[in-house]
Design a protein around this ligand. Sequence first.
Ligand code: NAP
Ligand code: G4F
Length: 323
Amino acid sequence: MAKRALITGITGQDGSYLAELLLKKGYEVHGMVRRSSEEKFERIAHLQGKVTLHQGDLLDQFSLAALLSLTQPDEVYNLAAQSFVPTSWNQPVLTGEFTALGVTKMLEAIRHTRPQVRFYQASSSEMFGKVLEVPQTEDTPFYPRSPYGVAKAYGHHITVNYRESFKLFAVSGILFNHESPRRGLEFVTRKVTYNVARIKHGLQDKLPMGNLDAKRDWGFAGDYVDAMWRMLQQDEPDDYVVSTNETHTVKELVEIAFARVGLDYTKYVFTDPAFVRPAEVDLLIGDAAKAKKKLGWEPTVRFKELVEMMVDADMERVKAGQR
Ligand code: NAP
Ligand code: G4F
């Protein structure tokens, strides 16, 4: 019989890639979606009829338990979150409700409704924040720098705690930044690649940016959802760092993106304090040796290729008058 998976956050970047991967592996895929006045599930439009969508919300514990009873999943991937760091300073309480307590609500629903489930929690390199070790591993202590990072640290620890307290098969993937042409427009990679395409097409002539010196370990989302799946296929639940083991500045990202369309970024980019954060994560670089050894996982897309893939996709989109 086909395995069944339930994905929260299926309409997001990672949810769409994970749904594709699981369908290819023969899974029956169920996704939890929030009700909205207009349904715009663009990232999963091509999967219509192949995945089954159910209304639910991380804020509503009864909806989670009901969904577990209805779908009887073998695996639950908890990807839903308020995931944009700057918003977490504007809405810290909401971020805590979704991104921190939402994890407990799901774990409680699993514990009482379907304890045999294998559970994946989407933890984040933002938990390392003002890093206490370089590179960061599963053993590096956390020092989060935003309400989002704090909320993710809670989600991480409660997942470990439920594994140890109630013997749930609960794993936490500590994923470093991962991007794709499906990335939200507010995140720095997509903001840059989309605006480069607009500038190249003569639709604008300036790009306001925040801190160009920040360093990130950027990988491709398609690779990272494969690591999530591998974590749930192990004999024992454990936590894993998923990263490329390379770090690059935002400035390098900008240079490569503009160069891809034959432009010099210095003519277009300027610093706008509105995009500078109250507290910054200056440097992230992950050591994914454990994932490589135990999961047999390795990234297939490197930084320059990733940025160029995103610029090319946005050039096509802007040409077609799309976002
Ligand atoms: P994303 O594109 O922002 O997607 C977030 C998803 O969560 C969307 O489907 C959203 O639904 C859903 N959601 C938000 N609040 C919800 C709620 N209260 N109830 C139900 N669904 C809710 O994020 P992503 O980049 O795919 O990331 C997936 C997960 O990995 C997130 O937890 C993120 O924090 C974490 N993570 C991401 C990265 C990265 O670099 N991408 C790295 C580490 C960890 P709507 O469509 O209705 O808004
Ligand atoms: O793309 P970003 O907004 O991603 P950030 O804050 O690293 O968070 C992402 O990765 C986390 C994993 O580490 C996830 F957990 C989280 O959900 C999210 O997916 O910003 C990256 C860097 C920051 O240092 C920021 O200050 O880019 C810098 N930056 C400079 N100018 C900018 C801008 N970021 C944005 N969004 N917009 C700018 O104009």
